[in-house]
Design a protein around this ligand. Structure first.
Ligand code: ADP
Length: 399
């Protein structure tokens, strides 16, 4: 009989899952991984085994899988049918916001859950779904321990000047500060850098996590010293449907000048802006790169412009640059975007090896580049499995 840890990443329209097992004194091994996408519209279930062979790929009944709960029911049914008899040792969750209180992975208790609910307004796209998954697992598997792993934790310990929001003290004391996100991804990259790129691992590095949510992290000695996302996951780079940095005066104007409601403004900022807002066509980088529409081109131009600008700003925060790493959906899969961002950063001495970049090698800078550039696939799920294992006492403290 095999014992598994289940990793869940519950979003608004998808439930991603991975199974991990850890044979005696070995590293974590990925078992099945997959997702239920299109929750609420046209749900579809797909999963592959540890070697990447398809296990299931089917449409689900949309009258049954109407929400996150329905998706979890469908997943539980499939897990029982496929792995009946296996033991679930624990469930690790991606939770986007841990606020000021949770500086590391935490066993979930009713009290922890109620603290995390208070952070829902700071991450309205993700947090409610992350927490709903924890509650749903509690109902179904009441004896199974659950661990919350936060996207904010990796950034705790940044210098005070990187965390501060320059507003009056009362407001800051009520929790208004820069938190940073995508921390599980950055932590994973930091964990592999010493073996993948030892020559730069201890230096001043920028990691660009470019997915539908996008951010950059400035790391010194593998610790976060600054990042482009702040109090919420709206700041910094242009994202799929979020604008990145916007003059706060624009937000005041939306309320006072245009008379929009808080709900409208929230929807504009989280769902209608960024690549989608500029192009008017799509939030998907692939579609924009394939399009000849001027607004689609402008969206891509702006994405690249903002990324290069943030690389400059974070280089200043680091006092120089010893390495640049691309990761996540766009960072891992788009040679064109990597090339354009690197071209815009040539003033830093960055020089791409076009051939290595096109064939998706790991090291993609030329041998004469002053700053080595890498493409490293991220693995947030493995990071969650490791943390869950540590908290459950399944492995030694070394991760
Ligand atoms: P998230 O986990 O935040 O949903 P991902 O890291 O999966 O996001 O990234 C999704 C983004 O990656 C989408 O914008 C998608 O268009 C982009 N992407 C995936 N493959 C490619 C590719 N080959 N070229 C360009 N963009 C890609």
């Amino acid at each position: 009989m095999t014992d598994y840890v289940i990793v869940l990443n519950a979003g608004s329209s998808s439930l991603k899952f991975s199974l991990y097992r850890r044979p005696e004194s070995k590293a974590w091994e990925a078992g099945a991984r997959g997702q239920i996408e299109g929750i609420g519209t046209s749900p579809k279930f797909s999963a592959k085994d540890g070697s990447g062979s398809p296990l299931v790929d089917e449409a689900l009944d949309k009258t049954v899988v109407r929400d996150g709960r329905g998706a979890l029911d469908a997943l539980a049914k499939w897990l029982r049918a496929t792995y009946g008899g296996a033991r679930v040792l624990g469930v690790g969750h991606r939770v986007v916001h841990g606020g000021a209180r949770f500086a590391g992975p935490t066993m979930v208790t009713p009290q922890v859950l109620s603290e995390l609910r208070k952070l829902v307004p700071l991450a309205p796209l993700h947090q409610p779904h992350n927490l709903a998954a924890i509650e749903a697992v509690w109902e179904r598997l009441p004896g199974v321990p659950q661990v919350a792993c936060f996207d904010t934790s990796f950034h705790r310990g940044q210098p005070a000047v990187a965390e501060i929001v320059a507003l009056p003290r009362d407001i800051r004391n009520a929790g208004v500060q820069r938190y940073g996100f995508h921390g599980l991804s950055y932590e994973y990259i930091a964990s592999v850098l010493p073996s993948v790129a030892p020559e730069m691992a201890g230096g001043r590095i920028i990691v660009a996590h470019l997915g539908s949510g996008a951010s950059m992290c400035a790391m010194k000695n593998l610790k976060s010293i600054d990042s482009t996302l702040g109090f919420t996951a709206l700041d910094g780079l242009c994202m799929g449907t979020r604008p990145g940095a916007v003059d706060p005066g624009v937000i005041l104007h939306l309320f006072q000048g245009l008379g929009l409601s808080a709900k409208d403004v929230e929807s504009i900022l989280y769902k209608q802006s960024g690549l989608l807002g500029i192009s008017g066509v799509s939030n998907d980088m692939r579609a924009l790169l394939a399009s000849t529409e001027p607004d689609a081109r402008l969206a891509v131009d702006y994405f690249v412009y903002r990324a290069a600008k943030e690389i400059g700003a974070l280089t200043a925060a680091l006092g120089g640059l010893d390495g640049l790493v691309f990761t996540a959906g766009i960072g891992e899969n788009s040679p064109e975007i990597r090339k354009r961002i690197c071209q815009a950063s040539e003033w830093l001495g960055i020089e791409l090896d076009d051939e290595a970049n096109a064939r998706k090698a790991s090291r993609i800078s030329s041998s004469t580049s002053k700053v080595p550039v890498w493409m490293i696939p991220t693995n947030e799920e493995l990071m969650i499995a490791r943390h869950t294992g540590v908290l459950l006492g399944l492995i030694e403290q070394r991760v």
